[in-house]
Structure formats: structure tokens, C-alpha cells
Design a protein around this ligand. Structure first.
Ligand code: NDP
Ligand code: X2W
Length: 729
């Protein structure tokens, strides 16, 4: 038997590696400008579709050309689902942009588009080839009747619980939807009178405690036995007997989330793919692992999202089966998300005959190429515990104020493990000895940046002083996702950086790819960025209220006056005379008047919002408090605009945002109310001078700004609070 594993890596760079069962990668295809979420092979096995962001690209399976044959370009966000009509005449896709599309394969034109109104996570084609079924992030399942060209049915099994995966029985008799709460909903599919297919509720199955990332019904050749496989974030895959939905087996062995699974054509095997960087082949008869393939992620440690999906390209598509062409178990691969394993497709009788004749040979071949286990096994005990988590994080500058804050927020997080921490003067020390509140955490000791090993790191928080950061980031492995807390990559114009920071820019090339990490404003761009420049504390508190008001032309872009105050921790932990207790306590003072380094950052963000150059008067003050920040902003309203309009607009803008809150009218935000939190609280008041308004915005400089783009998402409510979402941020 020969398998092909195809592996996709989520971030820029490598995407598809095809791996034979012998463990040898025989082809790698680059998809340099996006992550890849899903792969699928055409029914004729000639082309591989890779769903990225926001495009889908088709590669010739049998060619060595690194270039796609064609690109499908009209989605505007991550494409999460892709598949083909059984004759390969058209392709369907579903995207986080909230649409399901149908494409003419040859001309790459979008023939139809259906609005789902929420990010689409999964789409399947009914075996009748006439209905698409989609599942979305808000928990809706919709049936799109292709003949009527409309949505013929809408089901909401659990409100606001993301539908992660859908699967239809090969004969079109049943559909299963799996969700983020570990629940499967099963419907019997009946021929409808008004609509093509009628969904009759059949069963509700609490399959896992964690998320179900993939559910899959067994193929035709498995009959009369029928199984449902569910792959979960709890590291297991469960096999359910569809007859009564009793638990048949629990497949244990993966060390991290299991993203995908696929049955062999005869249903005798299951292949699973996990973020532990392995794919496993399981015998359905015993539930044992026959083979583990280590997917080569050495260069792509950041790709926890990598091993998303396995798919089996052979077999039937219901009654209208795809052309069956191979006699032995050759596979034309396909994938979804990241990994695809493929067996060839055989007629039913051929499978039976072959499995009887060749099974032993197949087993030998499989056993012979068991791969070694991942590097995580070599880690120390503390590290190993952290490395088991979904995303492995390195904190550079963990002995500083912001670094410690990130360690505090991540140390007990279910999906994030801290596998590396660095310090400068404190290199060699434990985090508990520097910050005793972290003494109970099992974390690795801090090391100097030059001694850091990034082989078990997926993402890095760089909490180093500005000026030191550019060169350090330049030297980091290219596959890492980086959130830089310093100011070193915030200014697009490097001349401005040099002018305001008085330093030469040492990584102009990297500057071009850096994305400014103000989540509420630039979430889409941040999702695709490798290097995110976390906003400064003052700019965070100022831009969050002003950007929406400027964009909506509710305030004048001139005469903006900002009076801002910061706690002393804003200056970092390094010893400076100006920050001694005796210099700070019992008084306040202004600093950086007209020349504070945050001015160009604030003006950059506001100018982008207005599409014209905005200048501001900004004066920061140091307050005798350890943490907290207030910006009091005086603005001129546009003609005819009232304070209530500003209020309503901010209210609407931030309604869906967890961490930005507009207080009740008249309520004054206090820095004490946000201490230790991620929140930005704001309010808007009428000035006594007609036509002017006063905006007050408070944050915790160490909480809100430190953690702005990344941690805000980590702390998102259920549904978005998962590592895959964060890695795609
Ligand atoms: N404080 C705040 O409110 C905010 C700060 N920021 C930015 O975040 C970054 C970190 O700030 P903060 O945590 O306050 O700073 P700290 O001074 O508290 O910490 C700096 C960290 O960097 C390490 N470090 C210092 N110099 C070097 C060097 N040359 N090479 C390698 N490591 C070094 C220090 O190690 P050691 O302790 O061993 O010397 C320490 O771990 C800064 O760029 C800051 O501008 C961003 C948002 C808010
Ligand atoms: C009190 C104090 O000194 N604050 C710092 C800013 C702190 C901050 O968070 O700015 P960055 O994110 O750019 O480091 C200052 O005024 O320079």
C-alpha cells in the first residue's frame, strides 16, 4: 500500500508536503502568501485545491511546477471549506467572510454566492449533488437548494455554538453536525415535498467534553457496519456505531488536538491528524495504532494550525459515484485544512478481494515505516507539560513588567503552554525568583536570547526594549508568529521611526510585513500577519475612541487635544532616577511635551482613519500610581453632530467587542475599574463650549495595551476562545 500524506502549513511559506507512507516527503508546494486551511482533490485526481486566505488555488498533482494552475479570488477572508461536484464540473467553497460560493472550475469565476451572515466553518455536498449544506460560527446549518438557487432550510441546533463539521451518509440517508460543545446532532434525511430534502431529528449525542473538530460517517464499502468518527480537542477520536449511536471505541494516543480523520475506502482503517505533528493510521477492528507518521514541521513550529485535516479522495459520492480507476491502493491525495491521506478508490467487490489478498502486505508496509515521536518528548518535565498545549509560546523579556504580565495570563491557559522565556540580566533565574507571584507555575528557567532554543515554540511575545527588538526579531526562525510589544515595528515610515526614536531602523524589510495590532480596528489584517506590532499604551487608549468617530466623520480632524496620564509601570522595570519613589510620589508631572514618541503612532492611526493627515496636541503625565492610564480627549464635533450621536456611534461600533466598553451615559471611567484587566472603558461628555465634546478613555497600561492584539483574543468568550482562532489572528 502506498499512502500520500499531504501536509499544509498555516503560515507563509511551505504549504503542501506530500509524504509517502514510507515517511518520505516527496513534494512540497509553496503557498507563500497565506495560511492554508483546507485541501481537496478533484474527482479525476488531477488537481489539488488549497483553500487559503482569501483565495483558493488549484495545483496540478502530477506536475512539478510550484505555481498554481488557477486561482479563485473573490472571497474576502479565510476559506474554510472546499469541495467538488462529483463530475468535477464545479467547485464549492465556504469562508469566514460569511459566504458559500460555487465556482466554474476552468474560468475561476464565481457562479453563485449564498450569504450565511456568519463565518462559514464547514460545507458538504449532498450526494444528490443538488444541495449544499453549510455550518457556521453562529451555530446555523443552512441547506442551499442549487436548483431553486436559494436557502431551503435553516436549522439551529444550539444557538451561538459554532458548527465545526458536517458529514452526510454516502447514500444520503443521514447528516451529522458536530459543534464546539462536543455535541453531535443527527438528522434522518427524507425526500421532502416542498424542499428537496427534509431533515427529521434522529439523535443528539454528547460525544466529547472538548470541541469536536471533525465528524465523519463511514464510507459505502464499510456497510453493513456504519460508523461515525468524531475527532476532538480532548486528544481522542471516538468511533460510534450508527446503529443506536453506541460508543464502539476510543482511539487514544495523540498528544494534542485531533483536527481531522478519514476512513480508508473499505472502512478498515482510520487516519487521523493532530497538532502533535503526527498522523496516525488506526485499525478499525482493534482500535490500535498501526502506524504513526511524523509530519515534518521542523521549519514550521508555528503551525499548530497546520495539521488540520485529512481526507480520503477515493470512494463514492453517494449514488453517483466518481470514476473508479485504480486497482491497488494508490491514493490521489486530498486534504482539508492541512493534511490529507489518500487511498485509491475501488469498486466494492475489488476492495473486498484486495483486502483479503493484500492485507498482510499492506500491514507490513505500514508497520515498517513508523516514524519517531515528536521532539516534545525530549523536553524537561516542566517543559513537556507546557509543550502539550495547543500553542507553544516563547516570551522574550519575561523578567520585565509586560513579559511577566503575559506569563501570568498564559501560565494557566488551557491552550497555551510557555516553553521558552528569556531575560537579560536575570538570565538563568527562575521566573518565581524574579516575580514570586509566579512561583507555583511549572515553567522553564529564563535564558539569554542568544541561548534560546525555538524548536518547541509556535509563537513569540517579544517584550524587549525598543531599539533592541528589530535585530532580535530579524534573527528569529521564519516560521514563528511574533507579537512585538515594543515600538520597533509600529511606524510604517522608517524615517519617522528614526526621527522620533533617534535610532536607525535595523529591519526595514521586516517593517514592510509588520501589521499594527489594534485588534478592534485591524482584526482582518492581523489574522494574516506573521509579525504583529502591538500598539503603544497611550495610542491604544486614544485610538479606540477616536478612530470610529473620525471614520464616521462625526468629529473634525483638527484641534484634537489629548491630555493623558500613566502609571509608572509604563516606563518598564529598569532603574531610572526619574522613576524613584521620591520623584514620583505625592505629585504628578508632564513629560515629553510636544515630542513624545507616541505622537507619530497616534497620528498614523488617526490619519489612516480619515484618509488625510491629522496632527494632535498630546501631553502625557506621570501619575503616582503603579498601573493605569487615562486619556482625556477634547474634540470638535462636525457641524450638526451632537454628543448623543458620538455616543450612539461608539455604542454601535463596540457592541460586539468584548474588551471595549462604553459606559452608561454620564458615568465617568476610572483607572481603578480596569486595573489588571484587558478592558478599555470610555465615555463621551458634552463640553460647556458648544460644538465640543470630551472623551475619557481608561485602560490598564500593562493589561490592555500589553496584551492588546493577542491576549484580547485569548480571553474571548466561548466560540472564539480557542487556539486555532488565535493562531489565525
Ligand atoms: N510597560 C508598559 O506599560 C508597556 C510597555 N510596552 C513595551 O514593551 C516592551 C517591554 O516593556 P517592559 O516590560 O515595560 O520593560 P522592562 O524594562 O520591564 O523589561 C524589559 C525586558 O527585556 C529584557 N532586556 C532588556 N534589555 C535587553 C537586551 N538588550 N537584550 C535582551 N533582553 C533585554 C529585560 O531583561 P532583564 O530584566 O533580565 O534585564 C526584561 O526582561 C518595551 O518595548 C515597552 O516599550 C508596551 C506596552 C505597555
Ligand atoms: C510612563 C512611561 O514612561 N510610559 C512610556 C510609554 C509606555 C508604553 O507602554 O509605551 P510603549 O508601548 O511604546 O513602550 C513612555 O512615555 O515612553
Amino acid at each position: 500500500m502506498r499512502w500520500i500524506l499531504t501536509q499544509l502549513v498555516a503560515y507563509a511559506g511551505l504549504i503542501v508536503s506530500a509524504v509517502e507512507v514510507y515517511g518520505r516527503c516527496y513534494r512540497t508546494i509553496q503557498y507563500p502568501d497565506s495560511q492554508v486551511n483546507r485541501l481537496e482533490i478533484t474527482p479525476d485526481k488531477r488537481f489539488l485545491a488549497a483553500a487559503g486566505n482569501p483565495h483558493i488555488r488549484l495545483f496540478d498533482v502530477n506536475s512539478n511546477s510550484p505555481h498554481p494552475v488557477i486561482s479563485y479570488d473573490s472571497h474576502t477572508s479565510n476559506v474554510m471549506a472546499v469541495g467538488f461536484q462529483c463530475d468535477g464540473n464545479w467547485m464549492y467553497s465556504g469562508s469566514e467572510d460569511g459566504t458559500v460560493k460555487i465556482w466554474d472550475l476552468r474560468t475561476a469565476t464565481c457562479q453563485r454566492e449564498y450569504e450565511s451572515r456568519a463565518a462559514v466553518n464547514t460545507v458538504v455536498l449532498h450526494p444528490n449533488q443538488k444541495e449544499l449544506i453549510s455550518g457556521d460560527q453562529n451555530g446555523n446549518i443552512r441547506v442551499w437548494d442549487l436548483a431553486a438557487n436559494s436557502c431551503s432550510c435553516e436549522l439551529v441546533p444550539e444557538v451561538d455554538t459554532a458548527v465545526r463539521s458536517l458529514t452526510v451518509m454516502w447514500d444520503g440517508s443521514m447528516v451529522v453536525a458536530a459543534n464546539n460543545r462536543g455535541t453531535c446532532y443527527v438528522w434522518r434525511l427524507l425526500k421532502g415535498t416542498q424542499t428537496m430534502t427534509y431533515f427529521e431529528p434522529l439523535h443528539k449525542l454528547q460525544a466529547h467534553d472538548g470541541y469536536i473538530l471533525k465528524c465523519l460517517l463511514s464510507p459505502e464499502f464499510c456497510d453493513p457496519n456504519r460508523y461515525l468518527a468524531t475527532a476532538s480537542s480532548d486528544h481522542t477520536v471516538k468511533i460510534w456505531n450508527v446503529d443506536g449511536f453506541t460508543l464502539e471505541r476510543v482511539l487514544t494516543g495523540h498528544q494534542r488536538w485531533v483536527w481531522d480523520c478519514v476512513f480508508s475506502v473499505d472502512g478498515a482503517y482510520l487516519i487521523t491528524a493532530s497538532s502533535d505533528t503526527t498522523a496516525r493510521l488506526w485499525a478499525m477492528s482493534t482500535g490500535e495504532t498501526i502506524r504513526i507518521v511524523l509530519l515534518d514541521l521542523r521549519r514550521h513550529r508555528s503551525a499548530a494550525r497546520t495539521l488540520r485535516s485529512l481526507k480520503y479522495s477515493g470512494g463514492s459520492s453517494g449514488k453517483r459515484r466518481v470514476k473508479l480507476e485504480t486497482r491497488n491502493l494508490n491514493m490521489s491525495s486530498m486534504i482539508g485544512g492541512s493534511v490529507s491521506v489518500e487511498f485509491g478508490c475501488l469498486r466494492k467487490y475489488e476492495v473486498r478481494r484486495l483486502s483479503a489478498r493484500k492485507r498482510s502486505g499492506r500491514m507490513v508496509s505500514v508497520r515498517a515505516s513508523v516514524a519517531s515521536s515528536p521532539n516534545t518528548l525530549e523536553l524537561s518535565k516542566a517543559n513537556a507539560k507546557q509543550a502539550e498545549k495547543m500553542v507553544r509560546v516563547g516570551v522574550l523579556g519575561a523578567s520585565g513588567y509586560t513579559g511577566a504580565e503575559i506569563v501570568r495570563l498564559l501560565a494557566n491557559h488551557p491552550h497555551f503552554g510557555i516553553t521558552l522565556m528569556t531575560a537579560d540580566r536575570k538570565a538563568g533565574q527562575s521566573i518565581g525568583s524574579v516575580f514570586p507571584h509566579l512561583i507555583t507555575q511549572e515553567l522553564p528557567n529564563m535564558v539569554a536570547v542568544k541561548d534560546a532554543d525555538f524548536s518547541n515554540v509556535d509563537a513569540v511575545f517579544c517584550c524587549l526594549p525598543h531599539g533592541t527588538t528589530q535585530e532580535i526579531i530579524k534573527g528569529l526562525p521564519k516560521g514563528l508568529k511574533i507579537v512585538d510589544l515594543s515600538a520597533d515595528f509600529r511606524l510604517r515610515d522608517i524615517n519617522e521611526y528614526e526621527e522620533w526614536y533617534g535610532l536607525p531602523h535595523k529591519a526595514p524589510e521586516l517593517q514592510k510585513e509588520a501589521v499594527y495590532g489594534l485588534t478592534e480596528v485591524l482584526r482582518g489584517e492581523i489574522q494574516n500577519a506573521r509579525l504583529v506590532a502591538n500598539p503603544g499604551c497611550y495610542p491604544t487608549s486614544i485610538q479606540l475612541p477616536l478612530i470610529p468617530l473620525i471614520k464616521a466623520h462625526l468629529i473634525e480632524p483638527r484641534n484634537i487635544i489629548i491630555d493623558a496620564k500613566s502609571g509608572v509601570s509604563g516606563a518598564g522595570r529598569g532603574a531610572k532616577e526619574a522613576h524613584l519613589y521620591t520623584e514620583i510620589a505625592e505629585g504628578l508631572h508632564s513629560y515629553g511635551i510636544t515630542k513624545h514618541r507616541h505622537v507619530p503612532e497616534i497620528e498614523q492611526g488617526l490619519s489612516d482613519a480619515s484618509n488625510s493627515k491629522i496632527t494632535v496636541s498630546f501631553t502625557p503625565h506621570l501619575m503616582p500610581m503603579s498601573r493605569g492610564m487615562q486619556s482625556t480627549i477634547y474634540v470638535e464635533m462636525a457641524p450638526g453632530v451632537k454628543v448623543d450621536d458620538l455616543y450612539e456611534h461608539l455604542n454601535n461600533t463596540y457592541q460586539g467587542e468584548e474588551f471595549v466598553r462604553l459606559l452608561e451615559k454620564g458615568v465617568v471611567p476610572h483607572t481603578r475599574h480596569v486595573r489588571g484587566s484587558n478592558y478599555c472603558l470610555m465615555n463621551v461628555f458634552q463640553d460647556r463650549i458648544p460644538g465640543r465634546a470630551i472623551i475619557i478613555s481608561v485602560i490598564d497600561n500593562l493589561g490592555c495595551s500589553t496584551s492588546h492584539c493577542f491576549l484580547r483574543v485569548i480571553c474571548m468568550p466561548e466560540g472564539r476562545n480557542d487556539a486555532s482562532y488565535i493562531l489565525s489572528m
